[in-house]
Design a protein around this ligand. Structure first.
Ligand SMILES: NC(=O)c1ccc[n+]([C@@H]2O[C@H](COP(=O)([O-])OP(=O)(O)OC[C@H]3O[C@@H](n4cnc5c(N)ncnc54)[C@H](O)[C@@H]3O)[C@@H](O)[C@H]2O)c1
Length: 158
């Protein structure tokens, strides 16, 4: 797929799969908007992408916070003049059994705070994509078009 000159937003771009996706698309000539809560990590990803000759900008924002996301999206739209694709990658892991029972006794529980954090970061932004209209719906469409490219980049990250 030709993404040359397109603008792609990657959430969770500070490290891991998000960084790998950002660098992958930058290597194919896409300009990248990089969103993460970690400003320092974003700087490193931005450097990697810029070295590939594309425009890369960082946005320190929380994907689980509506005001934060809207503010970042406004800035992205202003800086790049629009957006062609979204990779909704930001996510956290708080693996735990809801309730762990040993020999008839509850030995541990997943805290409500951990449960809520996972729902807020991993699920709520996806739901917003599905329920909103306007440019967020466009993201979802483009996201589907990018699926093969995402699979390739993820294989490289593994
Ligand atoms: N690594 C795996 O094997 C694996 C497997 C299945 C799914 N995933 C999913 O892929 C995604 C990336 O995985 P990874 O291994 O690269 O994770 P990672 O923890 O290495 O990186 C996640 C990045 O997202 C950022 N982030 C976390 N919460 C955020 C928030 N609220 N707003 C903005 N940025 C936030 C972090 O700062 C970090 O830079 C996650 O959604 C993860 O659940 C990973």
């Amino acid at each position: 797929m030709n993404v040359q000159g397109k603008t792609i937003l990657v959430t969770g771009a500070g490290r891991g799969i998000g960084r790998s996706l950002a660098v992958h698309f930058a290597g194919k000539g896409a300009n990248v908007a990089l969103l993460d809560t970690n400003a320092k990590d974003l700087e490193d990803t931005q450097d990697h992408c810029t070295q590939l000759g594309v425009v890369a900008r960082s946005y320190t924002a929380n994907a689980a916070n509506e005001d934060s996301v809207v503010g970042a999206l406004d800035a992205v739209t202003q800086d790049f003049g629009g957006l062609d694709g979204l990779i909704n990658n930001a996510g956290i892991v708080r693996d735990a059994m809801l309730v762990k029972v040993k020999e008839g006794k509850v030995v541990s529980k997943m805290t409500l705070a951990d449960w809520q954090a996972v729902i807020d970061v991993n699920l709520t932004p996806e739901q917003r994509d599905r329920t909103n209209d306007g440019y967020v719906a466009v993201y979802r469409h483009v996201h589907a078009l990018l699926r093969d490219e995402v699979a390739i980049a993820m294989q490289r990250a593994a």
